[in-house]
Design a protein around this ligand. Structure first.
Ligand SMILES: [Zn+2]
Length: 260
């Protein structure tokens, strides 16, 4: 059943000790004030230089533990965030990713190592958040084996079961008022400008009561197989996301050629 009124989840991506501190810290008072229980997508062993925006924060892991205690859900955001594989993803939003197409044995090694690192820091990862939406059937198999039974991805309006895992959809990159459905708003603190912080603040003022948590979604929305109608909706939404990305690419290419 599609929840009505709409419910929302907030997800923060690319968290690691070198996340931009000034940008990340602008979201913390909002999480506290509106008692949000976000998904924190943490990279266990970041080697992606583009995500080194501040000197490594010695308090980073303690901060994640404190937020977990306050009700946040920890997501395993890949392993090292090096997106060199060009394999086909189940979602196919990007041309390259860290996991899609990588041999099962390697994926097993990375997922095990990632979980071990996060657990070693006192975190209890409950779901999978794939870097660049890149994962395949082997990823799902390894996650199941390793005791991770949920992931944050997909374009439907309800959570559902597929490939032995519960898929909690993630369809938005900024707050949008929706009449019904479950919507995850994904925010990248490293690139979030002050206008997004203000937009989120305004949205939370009106909709804080509609924000839920991963725990509640799994308990209350009883994810099952996706209906045919919702599958069709998901396909169309994925197609729209592709079309909008293609338009953005063309615009930025035109912009580059006109400014060079
Ligand atoms: Zn990422």
């Amino acid at each position: 059943m599609i929840p009505k009124p709409a419910q929302y989840l907030l997800r923060f991506d690319d968290l690691c000790p070198t996340v931009s501190r000034t940008r990340w810290e602008r979201f913390l008072p909002l999480i506290e004030e509106f008692e949000i229980r976000p998904i924190l997508a943490v990279i266990p062993d970041n080697l992606d230089h583009s995500l080194e925006l501040s000197p490594p924060d010695p308090e980073f892991w303690a901060g994640m533990r404190a937020m977990q205690t306050a009700g946040a859900t920890i997501g395993l955001h890949g392993y090292q965030h090096i997106c060199d594989s060009r394999g086909q993803s189940l979602l196919a939003l990007h041309r390259s990713s860290e996991f899609a197409g990588v041999a099962e044995g390697v994926q097993r090694q990375w997922i095990r190592a990632g979980l071990e690192i996060l657990r070693g820091h006192g975190l209890n990862p409950k779901l999978w958040v794939a870097p660049r939406h890149g994962f395949d059937g082997n990823t799902l198999r390894v996650l199941r084996e390793q005791g991770i039974h949920a992931l944050s991805d997909g374009f439907s309006r309800v959570p559902y079961r597929r490939g032995g895992l519960t898929w909690i959809p993630q369809q938005l990159w900024e707050p949008v008022d929706k009449p019904k459905g479950l919507w995850t708003i994904c925010i990248h603190p490293n690139t979030a400008g002050s206008s997004l912080v203000m937009q989120l603040q305004l949205f939370l003022r009106h909709h804080a009561a509609q924000f839920t948590s991963v725990e509640r979604v799994l308990d209350e929305l009883c994810p099952g197989e996706l209906s045919w109608g919702e599958r069709l909706y998901e396909k169309l939404a994925l197609w729209r996301a592709h079309a909008s990305r293609a338009r953005k690419r063309v615009r930025s290419r035109r912009h580059r050629s006109s400014s060079s």
